[in-house]
Design a protein around this ligand. Structure first.
Ligand SMILES: *Cc1c(COP(=O)(O)O)cnc(C)c1O
Ligand code: SF4
Length: 333
């Protein structure tokens, strides 16, 4: 593929820092010019990635390393942990918040020995009831390895719920085979979150992949990232959420683009995200509206950025602003 605007030298330097791989299917979804197509922007490497623009950006803004008591496990919130099962993906998203792990993997539970350390940690922390299986892409593992991980987790008495984070339904939907769905079904309650960022990604193939999961009893939810030039306008976000509702995938989160080094060119202002959600509220069914969240730098956790319709609290009154902009005083006794 010819990458416009990239001479070989800086291009090679870029790829030695952040690798590139994708699927023929996902690349085939590119329709327009590379410089503005929403798929191209997410998948093609750009020299912008090597420019450090904001002082806030760093390789690990969520301090996942600090909250990792054993390699491959992040315990930030009391009742749930994230486990990183690989550092490989079918397609590497240029906006990825774990792009630091692409080349130099932090130790991941790739071996059974390392996985046992992770499992022991979960067993000895009975407050953990939910395990988010992430990476890398867990659905890019061999089915045998995935089964082994799911079974080992299921066997831990305090683990009540599993959750998989994967972009396979978006970038390689044909890999969501009947056999994979059958495997996942055996480990219910299992929730699956994927990441559609633009309506152009909701193809018939993607729709069918989600349907195969759903018909196997696996609910599919979506976690988008707010990306400059990709989905940072009301109409695109609304179409994305409408199209997700049509394929029965619930918009769960809209993430403000994390302050990750190499992703600055994707980051919008926070007010841009708030404005989009504010304009959707009331005009769009509630089932189509994701929670807009920012993961606070320093690993301080997710913060919800939902517009409040309660404008003022007086002694006997609450002042609301309706979704159409009218002010209303509600007397409370
Ligand atoms: C986002 C995240 C979770 C999951 O949070 P939910 O609000 O339950 O989706 C868990 N652990 C870590 C470290 C996270 O970053
Ligand atoms: S699929 Fe997920 S982990 Fe893999 S590159 Fe994309 S955002 Fe990062």
């Amino acid at each position: 593929m010819r990458l416009e605007g990239l001479s070989p030298e800086p291009y090679l330097r870029l790829l030695s820092k952040y690798k590139w791989a994708s699927t023929p299917y996902y690349v085939s979804l590119i329709k327009g010019p590379y410089s503005s197509d929403p798929i191209a922007l997410q998948v093609l490497p750009s020299q912008e990635e090597t420019r450090v623009q904001t002082p806030l950006s760093c390789p690990d803004p969520l301090s996942e390393h600090k909250y990792s008591p054993v390699p491959g496990l992040i315990h930030r919130y009391r009742d749930r942990v994230v486990i990183l099962v690989s550092n490989r993906c079918a397609s590497y998203c240029r906006h990825c918040n774990r792009k630091r792990t692409w080349r130099k993997p932090e130790s991941l539970p790739a071996t059974n020995d390392a996985l046992n350390h992770v499992l022991n940690y979960i067993k000895t922390h009975p407050e953990i009831r939910e395990v988010l299986i992430s990476g890398g892409d867990p659905l890019f593992l061999s089915l045998k390895r995935l089964k082994h991980i799911l079974k080992s987790l299921k066997d831990v008495p305090n683990v009540e719920v599993l959750r998989i984070g994967t972009r396979i339904p978006v970038v390689l939907p044909m890999a969501v085979t009947k056999e994979l769905c059958k495997t996942l079904k055996a480990f219910r309650p299992l929730w699956l979150n994927t990441q559609f960022n633009h309506p152009q990604e909701i193809t018939l193939e993607a729709q069918k992949a989600c349907e195969r999961l759903q018909l196997s009893g696996i609910p599919v939810s979506n976690q988008s990232v707010l990306l400059k030039g990709v989905n940072d306008d009301l109409n695109t976000m609304k179409s994305l959420c409408y199209d997700l509702q049509k394929i029965m995938v619930r918009p769960y989160y809209l993430f403000h683009c994390d302050f990750v080094e190499g992703t600055d060119h994707f980051r919008t202002s926070i007010s841009c995200g708030i404005e989009i959600i504010e304009k959707m509220w009331g005009h769009t069914g509630g089932m189509c509206i994701p929670n807009y969240v920012v993961d606070l730098p320093g690993g301080l956790g997710k913060a919800r950025l939902m517009p409040s319709h309660l404008k003022k609290v007086e002694k006997d009154n609450l002042i609301f602003q309706t979704f159409e902009g009218k002010l209303m005083r509600l007397q409370i006794d």
